[in-house]
Design a protein around this ligand. Structure first.
Ligand code: CA
Length: 271
């Protein structure tokens, strides 16, 4: 019998989770296990109802199967992330499916290949939530958060968790933002995948390094391929972009510019 989450402070609202999975036995097993953790679980059995459920429930975290009727988990991920960033753990049928998703740089925060243990699922979801809610010695102070980071034409607004490159806002998932912030903490320095996993994901296992790769791909796609350098066999480093040209609209006058920065949306990929 699983024990309720002892880390939750008394009086804190229960974790809300939406499980989108079309195999009823798996859906039920996940729902039962997470309910036993004291979480509020909502389930959906296909893509369209999953998207609806997420917009209704506004969950803290989403468990999302890839192969779904209606439209698939990739499309669900795009749609729910375009609405409002929410941490997503994606369930895949095979390792090569994970590879494919990694290649596409979909905005999931973590991946698990079936079959998996419920215990591991719970551990991963808790790690994901800890990360999203993280407040600790490593977290920036309020004053630091107010201060935007600037590297050349890259501007990172820590308080608003927004990013601009050459004056253009980029829409990052919470994990992508954390990864960028981690790399920006030591610009030009190579961080190993394992370091990044430990710092950003709070979780280390054999498959995790792939998750790092997928998020680096997403950062490059959204912010420019030149931003993150791969050091083969070692890890990744943030490359400091060129300063904006004289006379160009410069994001230097931040933070007043940042406050008027619109909340960006994902480019529409529907067809
Ligand atoms: Ca399925």
């Amino acid at each position: 019998m699983p024990t309720p989450d002892q880390t939750a402070a008394p009086g804190t609202p229960p974790v809300r989770v939406v499980v989108i999975e079309d195999e009823p036995t798996i859906t039920r097993a996940i729902a039962d296990r997470l309910t036993a953790e004291g979480w509020e679980v909502s389930t959906a059995l296909d893509g369209p109802s999953g998207v609806r459920m997420v917009s209704e429930v506004r969950p803290d975290v989403v468990v999302l199967d890839v192969m779904l009727p209606g439209f698939d988990g990739l499309e669900v991920c795009r749609r729910i992330q375009a609405d409002e960033p929410v941490p997503v753990l994606m369930l895949t049928a095979r390792d090569d499916e994970t590879d494919m998703l990694v290649g596409l740089g979909v905005g999931a925060d973590d991946y698990m290949t079936k079959p998996f243990s419920m215990r591991e699922l719970v551990a991963r979801l808790k790690a994901l939530l800890r990360r999203v809610r993280r407040t600790g010695p490593a977290a920036p102070t309020e004053a630091e958060k107010q201060e935007a980071l600037q590297f050349g034409d890259l501007l990172i607004d820590r308080a608003g968790r927004r990013v601009m490159r050459a004056g253009v806002p980029a829409h990052l998932t919470p994990t992508e933002f954390d990864l960028l912030l981690c790399l920006a903490g030591a610009p030009g320095t190579v961080l190993t995948r394992e370091q990044l996993l430990a710092d950003v994901w709070d979780w280390v296992d054999a498959t995790g390094t792939r998750t790092v790769d997928s998020h680096v791909k997403a950062l490059r796609r959204k912010l420019g391929a030149d931003l993150v350098r791969t050091v083969h066999g070692v890890g990744y480093a943030l490359e400091i972009p060129e300063e904006p040209e004289e006379g160009e609209a410069s994001p230097r006058s931040a933070p007043s510019d940042i406050s008027s920065m619109p909340t960006p949306n994902l480019p529409t990929q529907d067809s």
